[in-house]
Write a new protein. Sequence first.
Length: 502
Amino acid sequence: MTHWPFLSLLIWVPIAGAVPVLLAGDRRPQLARWLALLAALLTLAVNLAMLSGFDYHSATMQFVESKPWIPMLHVHYALGVDGIAMALILLTTITTVLVIIGAWQAINSRVHQYMAAMLVLSGFMTGVFAATDALLFYVFFEAQLIPMFLIIGVWGGPRRVYAALKFFLYTFLGSIFMLLGLIYLYLKSGTFDMAAWQALPLGMNAQTWLFFAFLLAFAVKIPMVPVHTWLPDAHVEAPTGGSVVLAAVMLKIGAYGLIRFALPVTPDAAQHYAWLVVALSLIAVIYIGYVALVQEDMKKLVAYSSIAHMGFVTLGLFIVFMLIRAHDGDAAQLGLQGAMVQMISHGFVSGALFTSIGVMYDRLHTRLIKDYGGLARVMPWFAVFMVFFAMANTGLPGTSGFVGEFMVILASFAASPWLALLAAFTLVIGAGYTLWLVKRVVWGTPASSKVEAMPDINAREALVLAAFAAFTLLIGIWPEPLVKLLDPAVNQLVQTLGHSKL
């Protein structure tokens, strides 16, 4: 089974599945929904079959495919995955299924186009994680902007066009610097093979320019402070499914880009400027937490919360260099592991929170916190899920939110106790804004008669929320399978970063 083109199937099955969904047309929305779900489930089945054949002890790229694409430029249609890419692809395929089920009744206009856009987006995001040729990576990286731009711009809120344009321009402008970096590396090496670039000797000047080119491109995507302002607008205006995919998967593409390019290709520059990224990460973790605390719109609050949680990811990635310098390889590996676990955990927790907000919005058509209250009385089952996901967002032990953050804080402590103290301080702020949200929305008395008339979640909504809850709980209680999947690739990356190119 290992000779099957699994990765090509993961990319092109959802994209090909979008064609019959579009052909279903606007007059047959139910058919479009079922066809989209079938394509998403088929993709997930391929992913699970692939996982069963994955070698958990190998750090090399697996399920490799390579075909000449543009021979005169030595560009290949080259795919392959290690544990890091595998975990993110699994997150993508699971999220796609849940988003399609979640949008079953929420999307009523141009259903076939919405479902097709989601499937195409899923394929392109998988392509980003699977590409081992840098130009192919760049093509998928840019291509996924198009379906998300349409999802926000067509099915979004009142300011959807502004939000979609801001999202597109920020990401597109950032990626221009990455393209210049890719061209430079191609001219130096004569290939777009990402593995060859990791072994390419580079001087400090070249590494510095390349590092900042990659950092700018991927910092926008994560997003890091100060290039984060597009995210709250995009989240507020996006439909629920768009917000879920944006938070659960698309933000991870930025961190994944740093893991594949900025860290191994420019290790000396990354080590030299690690202090800058660590400082920006701590600003994101602490300052953005306070910004979240004063939000009146639930979606904006969770959007800012996402920026703070992704700050933990970049902290874990760059704390590694301080630990390598201190010759503490185990702590460096722990920091990288923590960053990766936090990425997967945040995917499920933020996706669940945006889904929960979508459930409330479908009933009351407002996202303002003051318009709710007392949902524990009128929607008891929904309240159970909402409180659980809120606890995961605060990093409660037993939930996935705790595992990644704990690993990063532990690694930070090995580098500097003061750094760990600042990182751990976010748990207090995170608990502050999350519990403040829950207190006003779930507890108290209903804000109006409309709130009192809100029906509890139906079977479809319960299925989606229960799936998110299961993954959040599973990683929180039993993180070993995820850590085991990531371990060889993370270990190899730490060893690569320990070798200077100078």
